[in-house]
Design a protein around this ligand. Structure first.
Ligand code: PGA
Length: 231
């Protein structure tokens, strides 16, 4: 199981350092995606480093951006792309997600491509169309060997941070759609993954791991979740 912690825009420097001490005692291996500001302070033996975002460009005169080569120089091994919060608040497009994936692959950073439908799209039975559109937009012009390097995270937008998750049948249907495009890639589920929802999620055989948002910051809950998951 691949466990990816997405801290989102949280933790000051001191908070991050004490958080890091606490998660250093976790037995399972995981990927930690802190804010950019904490990448240089990453110091865990039980985790790999991930980033939450990357520039669409190489280094240069792009104020405020962080390039894949810079992430790589901090030993970043994974990077989220296409997260719905970036699509919503930063209006990130499929084309930009595609450019980011290409930049990351140049520096051997594994892109974790997030896809998922909104509540309205689900109600209109558009989930399959949306998932396929998001994926095909993001992987345009990638070679077959490049496609193999991606990790895909199914994150229904209506589930993120709400406590609601799809049924195991619904999750399996969507992961099967993704598997038709990426037969051998690692597939994650994200969206309200908690100690409470893990039992339901464990009924989904196609889930290879989890992308954790809110619970990543609550260390005791996180540890309980991991205990339940490994039992
Ligand atoms: P959540 O967020 O676990 O708080 O629902 C998941 C995510 O946005 O990656």
């Amino acid at each position: 199981m691949l466990i990816v912690l997405n801290n989102k825009c949280n933790l000051t420097k001191d908070e991050f350092l004490s958080y890091q001490e606490k998660i250093a005692t976790i037995d399972e291996e995981f990927v930690l995606c802190p804010s950019y500001t904490h990448l240089a302070n990453f110091n865990l033996q039980n985790a790999s480093l991930g980033a939450q975002n990357v520039s669409t460009t190489e280094m240069g005169a792009y104020t405020g951006e962080v390039a894949a080569s810079q992430l790589s120089s901090f030993n970043v091994k994974y990077c989220l792309v296409g997260h719905s919060e970036r699509r919503t608040y930063q209006h990130e497009t499929y084309e930009e997600t595609n450019k980011k994936i290409k930049e990351l692959l140049k520096y051997d950073i594994i892109p974790i491509l997030c896809v998922g439908e909104s509540k309205e799209e689900k109600a209109l039975n558009k989930t399959k169309d949306i998932i396929e559109k998001e994926i095909l937009g993001a992987i345009q012009d990638l070679s077959d060997s490049e496609k193999l390097k991606l990790i895909i995270a199914y994150e229904p937008i209506w589930s993120i941070g709400t406590g609601n998750i799809p049924t195991p049948t619904e999750i399996t249907e969507v992961l099967q759609i993704i598997k038709n495009i990426f037969p051998t890639n690692t597939l994650l589920y994200g969206g309200s993954v908690t100690e409470e929802t893990v039992t339901t999620l464990q009924q989904c055989p196609l889930i290879d791991g989890y992308l954790l948002g809110g619970i990543s910051l609550k260390v005791e809950n996180l540890k309980n979740f991991l205990k339940k998951m490994t039992n």
